[in-house]
Ligand binder design. Structure first.
Ligand code: SF4
Length: 135
């Protein structure tokens, strides 16, 4: 018997769901408030979670983006929702590898973590912009 606990992302209610499954077949589900939650649970069982990474925009950085990974594997529907949830966000350099950039993105129960350092760009004495490493 497999037991999954997660926040349904079918709408902003973000119901806390518990699913019991056997051989990826839904046996029981608790915590949902609508039938859509059942369909999403079935999809989640068919396409299991996988590691996911995406680029996030940074400002004042030597590079324009930093790669972030999810704190845990996510199913494809959560990966799509994460991509949409963060597309208007930007982060200020410097950033250290391992820093939590966003906690519990959109109530989905997943954090986004910086994969690498992102140096900031600071003006040098000559006025030329130069990269500086995270503290
Ligand atoms: S179970 Fe229904 S109400 Fe709850 S988050 Fe999912 S879609 Fe929304």
């Amino acid at each position: 018997m497999e037991i999954l606990n997660y926040n349904c992302i079918g709408c902003l209610n973000r119901c806390r769901v518990e699913v019991q499954a056997e051989a990826r077949e839904l046996i029981s589900i608790a915590g949902i408030r609508c039938k859509r939650g059942i369909e999403l649970a079935r999809r989640r069982l068919i396409t299991p979670p996988a590691p996911f990474a995406l680029p996030l925009r940074i400002v004042n950085g030597a590079a324009s983006h930093i790669e972030a990974r999810t704190s845990e594997p996510v199913p494809p529907d959560v990966a799509r929702a994460l991509t949409i949830a963060v597309r208007k966000l930007s982060f200020s350099a410097p950033i250290q590898a391992g820093a939590v950039l966003v906690q519990n993105v959109g109530g989905m129960g997943v954090d986004l973590i910086a994969v690498a350092d992102a140096a900031s760009v600071e003006p040098s004495a000559s006025g030329v912009l130069a990269p500086s490493s995270p503290a």
